[in-house]
Design a protein. Structure first.
Lengths: 292, 425
């Protein structure tokens, strides 16, 4: 179990995270937050790149700072901006990371072949990575994170650059992996975590706002999300009255999904709230996007 | 060790390092070829040494003199037949007759060759007694006084006392040198060929800068490889974690040494193939024939043979690379870009050079100012020998590299502590 106890992180006077308390067991945890909320800071604390100013992070009851490499050998990490060696091919690159992870040469060779197959890069295993597309690079990143059978997989924006097919395959893979390990998935793409995350962690104003299941979070908006068809001319005024969640053209009119605490018009159709609705509601005044 | 090997590969596979090694070697070969015109004359000495040995303290010199006399007699027989007169020496003939280079000369090619060989032999035969005389009169105290007198800024009594004490030690060394007859061994005549300064100052001196540049580039590249490529969040979060920095340091030091060894091996092999030293490896480095100017003899603190001296110089050059690589690694802890590391190192180099000009010679600090690794770059032909008044003491090289190894180790230790504790954002 991974636990954060009153973890705060300051850079001088600037507070990046404040009094974070979390407990993570097996499963996929979706980390949702807009830019500047402290998402990447939290992840960097978890992978020991940063040290908490106050509080402590425990793995199975022991401080990770004390566990040192015994902790890090359990961690698979994909940073948000995944750097790579342009002149290496994926096999060479993964061999290097395997060495840093303390995996023997022979064991690494076999595992690397498996992973390259898993991320569908076996055909490009000997090509220099400078020739790779963004999606291919991201797949190398996913492969390296999974090297060494990590018990704690921390992925910062892992689906960036993946096409829809790869994204589905990746989600399925994570669901499979999460059966016996902790997977932390930081993303601004709500659909990536909605279907697979056991729990969602939302950070706002540098604090944990929620750590709950998708269902529990969605139930917070029960009876407040509606859909209706309106004229385009009426749309500006309508948007001022309610929080528009999504809009699409339908039969020459605008089908709008929105949030309202009252059902002011009987033509409004109540619909089932989704995670994205909550995300938009919670962060309605903040810029949303891909991490900080 | 596997990680160190992988880190070394990052730098050594770099086209920049390989390219520089090729360019430097080409440049050095070009410089060496500039002196190949001397090879025939040098060959004459090699053949003399193979016949009579290099020790001119006793029998060797007598045999050389006898050989010279017989060759002079043979020459005079030819001269009498062709020119109707004889000469007291080959130099007298060469000074008054241009025939040797005249296409219409009355001599056959064999006779010209004999004459040229005689001219060279004569120089060595005449040099030995002159050297004996010069070294008998050599007074280190006078040399020290002369060097202190010509200084533009005055020294203090305290500094003078240390300088004279050091030159007293040198005097003892000269006495021992005279007793052993180290100064009377045949070697390529310094006043004519200047091969000691050519090899140690121009070739090795040039290579010192080349090795330094390679060390700094390699070290900066290895130490900052991850930040240059934005891979540091990933690499320092692996099991190896921040210990990777230690592996990188080891890889940088080993790669710098390897690059230096390759450069030295290739270029020195080329040098000794171009210039035949095969008969001279055992010649004492302090032989008087090595001197290139009358008042600046090369006097080593220890009775090194040529091969031993070369080995000591190479050893010191390699230790210097460790210091330079260590300094570059220290800079790389704080400067996160390889090219800025190189720029900062150049500033250190400049500081190391100018520190002696801003330190008052009256202060004892002047000795510390000279004891820096960048000062050593100026005088590779004087390493382990008498040189500047402030660097003429037996332990100068040892003190310089020893103290700087400690300084660099301390700096790296502090940088490492800082790196272990800092946030990697």
């Amino acid at each position: 179990m991974l636990a954060l106890r009153n973890v705060s992180k300051y850079y001088g006077d600037f507070c990046a995270l404040k009094e974070i308390n979390l407990e993570l067991t097996h499963g996929v945890y979706g980390l949702l937050a807009p830019n500047g909320a402290g998402k990447t800071t939290l992840i960097k604390l978890l992978v020991t790149l940063l040290r908490p100013t106050t509080g402590e992070i425990l793995y199975d009851g022991q401080p990770i700072a004390q566990l040192d490499e015994r902790y890090r050998e359990l961690v698979g990490y994909l940073p948000q901006q995944f750097g790579y060696y342009k002149h290496y091919n994926p096999r060479q690159y993964l061999m290097y990371i395997a060495a840093l992870k303390g995996i023997g040469k022979t064991a690494a060779k076999g595992r690397i072949e498996e992973l390259l197959q898993l991320v569908a890069l076996e055909g490009a295993a000997n090509k220099k990575m400078k020739t790779f597309s963004g999606g291919m690079i991201q797949r190398v990143g996913i492969a390296q994170a999974m090297l060494g059978d990590p018990q704690l997989l921390i992925l910062d924006e892992p689906t960036a650059g993946l096409d829809p097919k790869e994204r589905v395959r990746f989600r399925n893979l994570l669901s499979e992996l999460a059966r016996d390990r902790i997977v932390i998935l930081s993303t601004h793409i709500v659909s990536d975590v909605e279907s697979i995350a056991g729990e969602i962690i939302m950070i706002r104003d540098r604090r944990i706002l929620y750590q709950e299941t998708v269902e529990a979070l969605c139930s917070k908006l029960e009876g407040q999300v509606y859909e209706t068809l309106i004229d385009y001319e009426a749309a500006p005024q309508f948007r001022r009255d309610v929080l528009s969640l999504s809009e699409k053209q339908e039969q020459g009119m605008l089908r709008i999904r929105f949030l309202s605490t009252q059902r002011s018009d009987p033509s409004w159709q109540p619909v089932r709230p989704q995670l994205e609705d909550l995300f938009l509601d919670v962060f309605r005044d903040e810029e949303t996007g891909g991490g900080q | 060790m596997r990680i160190i090997g992988l880190e070394m590969a990052k730098a050594l596979r770099s086209p920049l390092v390989a390219g520089l090694l090729v360019v430097f070697t080409a440049l050095n070969l070009f410089v060496m070829y500039g002196q190949t015109y001397q090879r025939e004359e040098l060959q004459v000495l090699s053949s003399l040494v193979s016949r009579f040995g290099h020790d001119m303290n006793g029998e060797g010199y007598e045999r050389l003199s006898d050989y010279y006399k017989s060759e002079l007699a043979a020459f005079n027989t030819i001269a009498e037949a062709k020119l109707g007169r004889t000469y007291d020496s080959a130099a007298e003939f060469a000074g008054s007759n241009p025939q040797l280079i005249d296409p219409a000369r009355p001599f056959t090619d064999d006779e010209v060759e004999l004459t040229q060989r005689l001219l060279v032999t004569e120089r060595y035969v005449q040099a030995v007694p002159e050297l004996r005389e010069q070294y008998a009169d050599m007074d280190m105290w006078e040399i020290a006084k002369g060097m202190l007198d010509i200084m533009t800024k005055p020294t203090s009594d305290e500094v003078d006392r240390i300088v004279y004490a050091n030159y007293d030690k040198l005097e003892q060394r000269v006495i021992a040198l005279r007793e052993q007859g180290e100064h009377l061994h045949l070697f390529f005549q310094g006043v004519v060929h200047k091969l000691h300064s050519f090899l140690y100052k121009h070739i090795l001196g040039l290579m010192l800068y080349q090795m330094m540049l390679l060390s700094v580039l390699i070290t900066a590249q290895i130490m900052n490889y991850e930040t240059d490529r934005n891979t540091h969040p990933l690499m320092y979060a692996t099991r190896r974690g921040r210990r990777l920095q230690r592996d990188k340091l080891a890889a940088a030091l080993l790669s710098s040494l390897l690059a230096a060894v390759v450069l030295l091996a290739v270029n020195l092999t080329a040098y000794f193939r171009l210039f035949d030293y095969s008969e001279l490896w055992q010649v004492p480095i302090s032989t008087g024939l090595m001197r290139e100017f009358r008042f600046t003899p090369y006097i080593a603190w220890w009775p090194f043979r040529f091969a031993e001296y070369l080995g000591a110089v190479i050893g010191l050059a390699l230790v210097l690379q460790l210091i330079f690589a260590g300094l570059a690694a220290w800079l790389a802890h704080y400067v996160r870009n390889s090219y800025f590391v190189c720029c900062m190192f150049l500033l250190l180099l400049g500081a190391g050079w100018v520190v002696i000009t801003v330190t008052p010679p009256g202060s004892l600090l002047i000795f510390a100012a000279y004891a820096n690794p960048f000062q050593l770059l100026w005088v590779p032909h004087g390493w382990f020998m008498m040189k500047n008044v402030f660097s003429t003491y037996p332990s100068y090289e040892l003190v310089t590299v020893g103290s700087w190894l400690v300084i660099v180790a301390a700096l790296l230790g502090l940088a490492r502590r800082h790196f272990i504790r800092r946030d990697l954002r």
